[in-house]
Design a protein around this ligand. Sequence first.
Ligand SMILES: [Zn+2]
Length: 416
Amino acid sequence: MKASDSVKNYPSRLREYANYSLRSIKRVCKDIGPRFPGSDGEKKAHDYFFKELEGCCDTVVKEEFAVHPRAFLGWVPLCCYMAVIGCVLFYFGLAAVTLALAAVALLLIVLEFVFYRQPLDPFYPKKTSANVIGVKNPSGEIKRKFIISGHCDSSGEWTYTYLGGPVLLKIVLFAGVGGLVLLLAAVVAAFVNGYALGFTLEGPQSPFVNVVRYVLLGYIPVFLAASRFSNPKKPVLGANDDLTGCFAAVSAAKFLTDCGLALENTQLNVLITGSEEAGLRGAKDFAKRHAGEYKEVPTMFLGIDTLRDYDDMAVYTRDMSGTVKNGEQACALLREGAANAGLNLPCKTITLGSSDAAAITQAGLQAAALAAMDPAPARYYHTRLDNETNLDLKTIEAGINVCLETMFLFDEKGFG
Ligand SMILES: [Zn+2]
């Protein structure tokens, strides 16, 4: 059965849950405010969602985990300062030390950002975050499980996206990474010219090395500017990213409960993750604890992250800066669910960054991500503009529709 056939007046029901989401997002923004991973704000959001889920699920649990929230983007200032020191050392001829610094910086970027590993965690303060999980059982035997998820934490403000939108963001990013590559090239060139342990200021130098010495000095302000890329002391409200996803997920359970419905053979799990913005830590913790039990029956994870830009709504089949391929069956089912909701959604890649679905995919479950955000990225992305005055009812409603249709479709036929 399609979701649209499950109740009379489905369109007005949908509108009801879009309005519920809108109202609730405004309330969370006003009463709780920013929700940086591991902060008091995030804790209050956990309690808020716990109560919401108690009203529409059979059981609700909160699972706490340790997180080092400042570590995730901690590589940005760290690598920038290492680059600054490298520039200075290179100027004074210490090419070998510069090479070591640049290599460590690049390794940190690849591990922390491309692969979402956690080498810096031990160096930053430990906090407690949590996931909240509401479970609603089907009327019959449990043959499948459907996890629908959003993250309730919010990011520190991305300085340059706010100041100059995606263009300035890209300029700073490319200038920063480009500078690091230039630094490495300079060191390699120095070595090629025979300065195995560094060149001397007095000795003969290649013209390239001589020029680059000064170019790198001139680059120092760029590295210093890039170090201010994200501001953890100024967390944003995250009205769209990702309260829209959280309330779409809660809406799925509310819809069933309010309408007196139950799925036939699918257990619905509403998962509100914490610390997504600290490197998918909530999804990783959930996967570590539960992947085994969810693998006992066919399980689909649907991660929703930002429902704001209607024309950009898409199924994200590739995740984690393109390095992770989300579940083929889950993505296909999500596209079919969207078709039942009257939408022909394209497949897209998260080219810079990641969603919770990637962590679930990595744990071996079938996961898909749904998002509706200008991938440029949008001007509001991780800035103070992502607030309760910048919501789009039509997109929220369409997102809820896609979630409901996908859930009903999965209950009807699983991945088959
Ligand atoms: Zn998000």
